[in-house]
Design a protein around this ligand. Structure first.
Ligand code: SAH
Length: 258
């Protein structure tokens, strides 16, 4: 049997949230290259003798360059091995999975993509926030917070503020002040509800809710950092009613107006 690369979504955190196909790939893999946000419990499913390679990146410290990861994927597959590239959430959502697939294609290495549950949907859902809702939200956008200070992306804030009902921001915590400022600048009401969900789907999940005007202070008080998903839009009002997973109320949980 020839080698192959499987770009597998590990899901958002809770190890039960991987797909059946993803799990099967893990069990059969000869080599597993995994990321920092992948729940390590998932690695217990690796078969005996499988090689486990950590490719995690920390925000300011790249443990392994993307080119090196690409190189390994191709190298192992060309040896005839079954290679799993295990990524947090979904491999094609802010995970550079597209680049890895391109590299496989370029090197003539067969690959498959096994989608995963992305944090933007799952962390919101575990905080009782549906990203769409028949009366509250007919559209959602997934964006990265990294572009927050990027002047060239300014026009995008206009469109986000005016053209999308729910916005989920990945990698946005350190940019929260500039994200909220831009949205208000381009027309979103300061009363727009916003939630930050930290370590979504895991037992230590924390949620902080506020408005565009108040959230920066609340997050500072709660001392919350990455990994967190920021959800912005009317659907956040449902958190209070639908918060099914994390029953205890975080101190200082604000009252959402409206
Ligand atoms: N491919 C991943 C996203 C990778 S980018 C996916 O589809 O989910 C990494 C960012 O995802 C983090 O900075 C954070 O914003 C978000 N994230 C990942 N896991 C999370 C979790 N369990 N809870 C909250 N946010 C999470």
């Amino acid at each position: 049997m020839g080698g192959k690369v499987y770009l597998v979504g590990a899901g958002p955190g809770d190890p039960d949230l991987i797909t059946v196909k993803g799990l099967r790939c893990l069990q059969e893999a000869d080599v597993i290259l995994y990321d920092r946000l992948v729940n390590p419990e998932l690695l217990q499913h690796a078969k005996e003798g499988a090689q486990l390679v950590y490719c995690g990146k920390l925000p300011h410290y790249h443990t392994m360059k993307q080119e090196t990861i690409n190189h390994f994927l191709v190298k192992y597959a060309k040896k005839g091995l079954q290679v799993v590239r295990l990524k947090g959430g979904d491999p094609f959502v802010f995970g550079r999975g597209g680049e890895e697939a391109e590299e496989c294609r370029k090197q003539d290495v067969p690959f498959e993509v096994v989608p995963g549950i992305t944090a933007g949907i799952a962390a919101a859902a575990y905080a009782g926030i549906p990203v769409t809702h028949r009366t509250l939200s007919k559209s959602f956008a997934f964006i990265t917070g990294h572009q927050a200070g990027d002047v060239e992306a300014e026009h995008q804030w206009y469109h986000l503020a005016n053209g999308v009902d729910t916005i989920c921001v990945y990698m946005g915590v350190s940019h929260l002040p500039s994200i909220t400022k831009q949205l208000m600048l381009y027309g979103k009401s300061p009363d727009t509800p916003i939630a930050l969900v930290h370590w979504g789907t895991l037992s230590d999940q924390q949620t902080v809710v506020g408005t565009l005007e108040t959230i920066v202070e609340k997050v500072k008080e709660a001392d919350i950092a990455n990994p967190s998903i920021i959800v912005i839009g009317e659907v956040v009002r449902l958190h209070k009613k639908l918060n099914w997973f994390q029953e205890e109320i975080v101190p200082n949980l604000p009252v959402v107006h409206g």
